[in-house]
Design a protein around this ligand. Structure first.
Ligand code: GLV
Ligand code: MN
Ligand code: MN
Length: 400
């Protein structure tokens, strides 16, 4: 499976993946998913929001056990974030068939569309739409950097954008969702474990800061006469770092757009996107509030107009305790070792779905902790241990 998937959407310049929703690379990944489903005799479906499903057993029976993840990537993402969960799901099914497991519940493997939000700015679009957390009107307004809207992009990729919307009947058929993911930190490396179970996801969100000043000549405009939004932006980046450090949170300006974007022109607009996350809501509110307050002071000092817009937000996720305990019981049953349970600052479709269905996650060790980078890595032994752990979990949940 990896041999087929690895070349798709890989930049030869960076070695990273550029698999953005509803692009050619995404279509190739989706074609791969369909082939994997069909090769195993599974019932293949695409839901109204473009999420792909591969079913074993009666799709309508209810109480289904679902596993899977996503195949899209951030700009220059690693190979594992998303695909490890999908590949492991198919591998776990193969393992269960090898074990001759007797399924008493339907099983499905899912590829959620546009998890990373790299193209339209909002993460987990497929699961947000299905669960009703993203409204149809809002979804129709999502626009990429070239001005293409989400509906037009879906249409160009061969999907019906008029169909998108909440899918409560589909979610009602799911009894449990388990997503396996490469860890995006070093907790398992430090504890010396191959596989862990998720406890919670930090609350997180994205805010757009628009600093508007006045374009002018870089050579002839006296410094005192300038209204340069880059200065307020730069000061705000430093304030974000300070606020996050003080609170034990994280804050990142990782994307910026500048107008007119000329070397010899003072910018008229600097637009920066803040991603911030903290262990609890009060801390996150304080961090983002502090950054915004500092930004307003800097903007005022330079006669810059500032708009701050919250583009997305995901509250804290505490995964279903009963399902989490069931996973640790299944994984710990033949060993004296305690299965590690860990939280994460990374967002996932599992987090979006957790408000609607019992949801759990498995993490596979990442020896460097690096993720959202071409350098992301997981060792083959650890991936195999993850796949077997997922097989054990699915067997425990869906088989007698
Ligand atoms: C998704 O990977 C996120 O945490 O932003
Ligand atoms: Mn990611
Ligand atoms: Mn991911």
């Amino acid at each position: 499976m990896w041999a087929e998937l690895l070349p798709i959407g890989r930049s030869s310049a960076s070695g990273g993946y550029r698999r953005y929703a509803w692009t050619g690379a995404d279509s190739e990944c989706r074609e791969w998913f369909k082939e994997q489903a069909e090769a195993r005799g599974l019932v293949y479906e695409v839901d109204r929001n473009g999420n792909q499903w591969a079913w074993l057993g009666d799709t309508a029976a209810g109480d289904a056990v679902v596993t899977g993840s996503h195949l899209d990537s951030v700009p220059d993402g690693g190979a594992f974030d998303g695909p490890l969960g999908v590949v492991s799901s198919f591998a776990a099914l193969d393992e269960l068939r090898r074990r001759d497991a007797h399924f008493t519940k339907p099983l499905a493997i899912v590829n959620f569309g546009d998890e990373e939000g790299a193209r339209f700015g909002l993460a987990c679009v497929g699961s947000r739409l299905a669960s009703g957390q993203l409204g149809i009107e809002q979804a129709h307004l999502l626009t990429d950097g070239d001005g293409v809207t989400l509906p037009r992009a879906m249409e160009a990729a061969g999907y019906d954008p008029d169909a998108i919307g909440p899918d409560p009947e589909r979610l009602a058929r799911i009894g449990a969702f388990v997503e396996l993911h490469v860890e995006q930190g070093r907790a398992l490396d430090l504890s010396g474990d191959r596989v862990g179970v998720a406890s919670a996801i930090w609350p997180h969100g994205r805010w757009r800061f628009d600093f508007r000043g006045e374009a002018n000549h870089a050579g002839t405009t006296r410094l005192v006469d300038r209204r340069d939004p880059m200065l307020s932006y730069a000061e705000t980046v430093l304030a974000a770092r300070r606020e996050a450090e003080l609170a034990g949170a994280v804050a990142t300006f990782g994307k910026i757009s500048v107008e007119p974007n000329g070397v010899n022109a003072i910018p008229s607009l600097v637009r920066g996107w803040l991603d911030s996350r903290a262990e609890d809501q009060a801390t996150l509110d304080a961090v983002v509030g502090g950054i915004e307050k500092a930004a307003r002071e800097y903007a005022d000092a330079h006669d810059i107009a500032l708009d701050v817009v919250r583009e997305s937000f995901t509250p804290v996720v505490e995964f279903d305790h009963a399902l989490r305990d069931e996973l640790t019981r299944i994984l710990g049953k033949d060993t004296d070792l305690k299965v590690p349970v860990l939280g994460t600052g990374a967002g996932h479709d599992a987090g979006i779905l957790s408000g609607h269905i019992p949801t759990a996650m498995l993490f596979v060790r990442n020896p460097t902790g690096v993720s959202h980078s071409p350098a992301e890595f997981a060792a083959e032994d650890d991936c195999l241990a993850g796949g077997l752990a997922l097989a054990d979990v699915l067997e425990g949940l869906a088989c007698t």
